[in-house]
Ligand binder design. Structure first.
Ligand code: ATP
Length: 297
């Protein structure tokens, strides 16, 4: 997570990256109602911009292409993050939070979680708290399973509910070019997990690859910087994809279009409905984006 202007009392601006899950293995249901997860997060270039500035009281303003449907009151995840870190630090949560929303909302790219992580980082800098990344991660875990990852960025293995993070190396030259096909209507993550549970109950197990095998294949591919290797590694590696497709059958058509227009791989991002396509180069990504737009996606 990048931060600009840290320490300047006028305010702090933080970049809040969206993510794609390169693997997402759903394990058994735990007593607390969450599934045990193993997932490889990858931060992507598509990001929100979160600005935190001193103010008379806590306010949230959301603007930008994705602003519709994002709460601008106490329910905004960034506002919850401000209140949490203020309480932990004994500080007054009097800041104006301004979110420039670009990551699709309820799109499976954890944009709200990234905004919350940005708010933690921003308040830490604005108030000069000097919290360690581990201290911030513990606060993040109280806000949601996906809030910790943007504190790390890059690529990381998430276990537990996804909140226990182990950074993964990516080779210096490893730039990957993604195209995202965004749906006009989001999907609520709990609904996708419910559909996953329903599908698992109604059909025999069909031999998903073990989580560790998926993680190793993706980690090796990230390290190699080879897009074709990564494309092979992400194939059928998201256990929530079937559930997302069951709730939104039209996503299957979107996923089919990607490879027809040069994508090396296509997958549902996290719980969906955003579809992520890996391409071999920036020109290939631009061509695919154009082709998908032409079909209305
Ligand atoms: P994940 O991949 O972590 O499951 P998601 O990408 O599907 O998340 P988000 O966009 O992070 O979903 O947000 C889900 C819901 O949270 C939205 O429907 C919205 O009502 C609420 N929300 C609260 N604060 C925010 C925020 N700052 N940005 C986006 N959504 C927010």
């Amino acid at each position: 997570m990048n931060r600009a202007g840290a320490g300047r009392r006028a305010g702090v601006t933080v970049r809040a990256p969206g993510k794609v899950n390169l693997t997402l293995s759903v394990g058994p249901l735990r007593p607390d109602g969450y599934h045990e997860l193993s997932t490889v997060f990858l931060a992507v270039g598509l990001h929100d911009v979160v600005r935190i500035a001193p103010a008379a009281r806590l306010t949230v303003t959301v603007r930008g292409p994705g602003a519709a449907g994002v709460p601008d009151g106490d329910d905004n995840l960034a506002a919850r993050a401000v209140r949490l870190i203020a309480r932990a630090a004994g500080a007054d949560p009097a800041v104006a939070v301004r979110i420039d929303k670009r990551v699709p909302v309820a799109g499976g790219m954890a944009g709200g979680s990234a905004d919350a992580a940005a708010a933690l980082v921003g308040c830490d800098a604005l108030w000069g708290l000097g919290l360690s990344r581990e201290e911030l991660r513990l606060l993040a875990a109280e806000l949601g399973s996906d809030v910790g990852f943007p504190l790390y960025g890059g690529a990381a293995l998430g276990t537990g509910r996804g909140e226990l993070l182990t950074p993964l190396g990516t080779s210096g030259s490893g730039v990957f070019h993604w195209v995202f096909a965004v749906s006009p209507q989001g999907l609520a993550t709990p609904a996708v997990f419910r559909e996953y549970d329903r599908l698992v109950r109604t059909r025999p197990a069909h031999g998903e690859r073990p989580a560790a095998e998926r993680v190793t294949a993706v980690a090796d591919a990230l390290d190699s910087g080879d897009a074709a290797l990564l494309a092979a590694a992400v194939k059928d590696a998201n256990d929530l994809q079937e559930a997302a497709l069951s709730l939104r059958p039209e996503l299957a058509d979107t996923l089919r279009l990607g490879p027809e227009h040069g994508a090396l791989a296509g997958l549902v991002s996290g719980s969906g409905p955003t579809c992520a396509f890996l391409t071999e180069s920036a020109p290939a990504a631009a061509a695919l984006a154009g082709a998908l737009s032409a079909t209305g996606r």
